[in-house]
Design a protein around this ligand. Structure first.
Ligand SMILES: [Zn+2]
Length: 270
């Protein structure tokens, strides 16, 4: 039986003869049902006209995307460390070429996910590489494809030695970031998906309850997100799409972006 994938959000559901009645991720107000109504596909069908692309972002960090783009169009990230590799976020396709390339890069020990919109086919990746999957307990309700590989955590987890997975909330209660201290030549990198999103002016980031429907967060939550990442040293911020990277001085970018957001909520303009 096929494991169905929602064509709008790219999240995979369990094996079933018939597709699910609806996609819980897309029925939530932070997403939307596709304009043509709910549609489903499978990994086999996607592999017919799409491929996984893997490109180095910087030494020790590779982007993992799908071309042509599918659903939300995010790219995941594979972090290589001496203590094991972490796949940060996920996509909706794993093909043979990607499986071979990821094996060359050292495989995957753990999969960590910023939030449910980027769950993709994480169980397929985990089964292929024998990886653990870390999901915050606060987002347990959003797990669509259960697996014995899933481990729930509360606020922090250490998926491999030296990396910190931190739940900082906002976009989802369980929205998380991954801190990679060795990134950016030892100055540190924060992998954020769109828990903290890198915007078009890459000296800045933003924070939203819903990105497609443009529903903002409140002042207390935005300031809490900024406060929760202050304990990490990081120069770069890797957002959830190709090119969405704050390339330097990332910690200051998060701070000033939170302050600007709150200022605009209060009606203060430049
Ligand atoms: Zn969906």
């Amino acid at each position: 039986m096929p494991a169905w994938i929602c064509r709008t959000c790219g999240v995979q559901y369990p094996d079933s003869a018939q597709p699910p009645g609806g996609c819980a991720i897309c029925l939530d107000e932070r997403q939307y049902v596709g304009w043509g109504g709910q549609q489903w596909t499978t990994m086999a069908e996607l592999g017919g006209d799409r491929q996984v692309v893997i490109r180095e972002e910087e030494p020790g960090l590779s982007g993992v995307g799908v071309e042509p783009a599918f659903a939300i169009g995010q790219r995941a990230l594979l972090v290589q460390t001496p203590g094991g590799n972490v796949l940060w976020d996920c996509v909706s396709l794993l093909d043979d070429a990607a499986r071979a390339r990821i094996t060359e890069l050292g495989g995957i020990d753990a999969i960590c996910l910023s939030h449910p919109h980027f769950y993709g086919v994480n169980v397929e990746f985990a089964d292929a590489f024998g990886a653990r999957i870390f999901i915050p307990r606060a987002d347990e309700q959003w797990i669509q494809r259960p697996s014995p590989r899933i481990e729930l955590f509360d606020d922090d987890a250490e998926p491999v030695p030296g990396l910190t997975l931190a739940r900082i909330g906002g976009h989802f209660d369980g929205a998380a970031v991954l801190h990679w201290p060795a990134g950016s030549e030892g100055r540190g990198a924060l992998l954020t998906g769109d828990t903290i999103t890198v915007v078009a002016d890459r000296d800045w980031v933003s924070f939203m309850w819903s990105y497609p429907n443009l529903i903002p967060l409140d002042e207390v939550t935005v300031l809490d997100i900024a406060r929760r990442v202050e304990r990490f040293a990081f120069d770069r911020v890797y957002g959830g799409w190709w090119g969405r990277v704050v390339v330097a001085d990332g910690a200051a970018a998060v701070r000033r972006s939170a302050d600007r957001y709150v200022a605009r909520i209060h009606g203060e303009r430049p």
